[in-house]
Design a protein around this ligand. Structure first.
Ligand SMILES: Cc1ncc(COP(=O)(O)O)c(C=O)c1O
Length: 503
């Protein structure tokens, strides 16, 4: 058969394939979107079915789209692969006192303004997680169990809640006993108690570089020191740097986020997890694992946490439902292995226990089914948001900007050219009601600690963007403005003396 050509001499199937390719590259079509059926598109374009089939097959061989049996053609997840990503290791940093807390408070205060475009704090748009069903169950549990309001309960967790966590944990390779589960006020408290169970003021804690500022804040509040381990944005902590850090420092605990780390979004392989645990075991260092994003994988199965590979109870697994269901419910938990008794005692000293009503309501919700469907929906929304926002960054940010390519979660880490100071960008963006999280917040050596000594801040040309909301017109316009501000800063002389504090 002789294929028809366009006036420009291209084959028709190439032209149609090119149009679809452009739509994928510009973000009009994102991973998971369904393409029109072959028959429908042939009708629309007034071409033969075989022309469309040929166009689709060419896009398929480029891995831009994929055929799903009995369903049609879809934009594939790897369609983002054509964008470069920052691949070099992020540096290690010697032990130091931490100074991030004031700056993080500033960020959260700014995020509360209704006029702000909140790309700086990791909040999910309420429509995605507001759950009428959960609200109804909370009402029912409150009505049926008024006794929960009139008693103290000194157990680790509501037994039904603990049982549900234990059942779910089996699906990702753990065999957590319900008695091992201690309910906490979010993952934040789980992490706080875990840290206090294994270390004291003045002790050194090993963290990833960069790491979630909430972890740094707690280390700071407990007067501990942080030592940053060199981290690969694709694979997680560098094994050699971990060994060197443990060899050279008296590290009392290590804090890692192996599944869709905040802020880099990487997923550590099972092989690397095993090696990390072996190294930590050699030095007798407990591991505090933060797995709040573990359920938010874009493809394949839910990755196993370190805890699933723990041979001797040295892993304290911390998690919560804040990223998947309800940050407002403040329900988290920790399975602390051989440190369980200490964590339980600290929990008792901290708050005596957790309210029973939200735990039981959450347990009823999990038992009733539907959570997995909710997760599936949330994951595909986040995957689309991440894709759209990274495409917008490539469209609007200065040339040479690089964006991570997370395999789950809802965060992007952007590395701008060296000439762009993200603290200055933070200040200028805030004046325009746009909130970003500047890179230095993710390093122990943040701002106040560094500037007086003229010490350069780490990640000064980086920032984190939250993709909890879709790239709608407001977000797109904010990203366009951010890109322009970054370009302005790059061309301005006087390089960065700004503090993260606004005004
Ligand atoms: C890695 C990580 N851990 C913990 C938290 C806080 O979790 P929670 O709200 O359950 O305290 C966050 C919130 O952004 C996070 O990103």
């Amino acid at each position: 058969m002789i294929e028809k050509r366009t006036q420009a001499g291209d084959f028709l199937y190439e032209k149609i394939g090119g149009e679809i390719r452009t739509m994928i590259e510009t973000g009009t079509l994102s991973p998971g979107d369904k393409l029109p059926s072959v028959r429908k598109l042939a009708g629309q374009k007034k071409v033969s079915i075989s022309t469309i089939l040929q166009a689709y097959m060419a896009l398929e061989s480029e891995k831009l789209i994929e055929a799903r049996p009995q369903s049609g053609y879809y934009v594939s997840a790897v369609s983002l692969l054509r964008f470069p990503e920052p691949l070099e290791f992020f540096p290690a940093d010697p032990p130091r006192s931490v100074g991030v807390a004031d700056n993080v408070m500033e960020l959260f205060r700014a995020a509360e303004s209704p006029d702000i475009v909140p790309l700086g704090v990791n909040c999910t748009m309420p429509e995605l997680i507001s759950n009428q069903k959960l609200a109804k169950i909370i009402s029912r549990v409150s009505r049926d169990h008024s006794e929960y309001l009139s008693r103290y309960k000194f157990h680790g967790a509501d037994p039904e809640f603990a049982r549900q966590i234990s059942i779910r944990s089996y699906e990702y390779g753990c065999t957590l006993h319900p008695e091992e589960i201690i309910a906490t006020c979010g993952c934040t408290e789980a992490f706080n108690l875990s840290l206090r169970a294994v270390a004291c003021a003045g002790d050194t804690i090993a963290v990833e570089s960069p790491t979630y500022y909430g972890i740094l804040e707690i280390i700071e509040s407990l007067s501990m020191k942080a030592v940053a381990i060199c981290t690969d944005p694709k694979n997680g902590v560098c094994l050699q740097s971990l060994t060197d850090t443990l060899e050279e420092n008296d590290v009392k605990a290590c804090v890692l986020m192996p599944n869709f780390q905040n802020p880099l979004g990487f997923r550590m392989s099972a092989e690397r997890k095993i090696k990390v645990l072996d190294i930590l075991d050699d030095y007798g260092v407990p591991l505090i694992e933060d797995d709040v994003y573990g359920d938010l994988h874009f493809n394949g199965n839910r990755p196993r946490p370190f805890k699933a590979l723990d041979k001797n109870g040295s892993v304290l697994l911390c998690s919560s439902f804040s990223k998947t269901l309800s940050p407002g419910l403040r329900i988290g938990w920790v399975a602390a292995g051989k440190y369980s008794d200490r964590v339980l005692r600290l929990k008792y000293l901290n708050t005596m226990g957790m309210p029973e009503t939200p735990q039981r309501a959450l347990a009823e919700y999990l038992k009733s089914g539907g959570y997995d469907r909710h997760l599936r929906n949330l994951r595909s929304c986040f995957q689309r948001h991440v894709c759209h926002i990274s495409q917008a960054v490539y469209r609007y940010f200065p040339e040479g900007s690089l964006v991570t390519r997370p395999e789950g979660g809802n965060l992007l880490w952007v590395r701008l050219p060296e000439t762009v100071d993200s603290l200055e960008l933070y200040r200028r963006a805030l004046e325009k009601n746009i909130l970003i999280a500047p890179g230095p917040l993710f390093s122990a050596c943040c701002l106040t600690a560094c500037i007086p000594n003229n010490e350069p801040c780490m990640f000064r040309n980086c920032l984190r963007l939250s993709c909890g909301s879709p790239c709608d017109e407001r977000v797109e316009s904010a990203l366009k403005t951010l890109g322009q501000l970054a370009k302005d800063i790059s061309t301005d002389s006087g390089f960065g003396t700004a503090s993260v504090k606004a005004g």
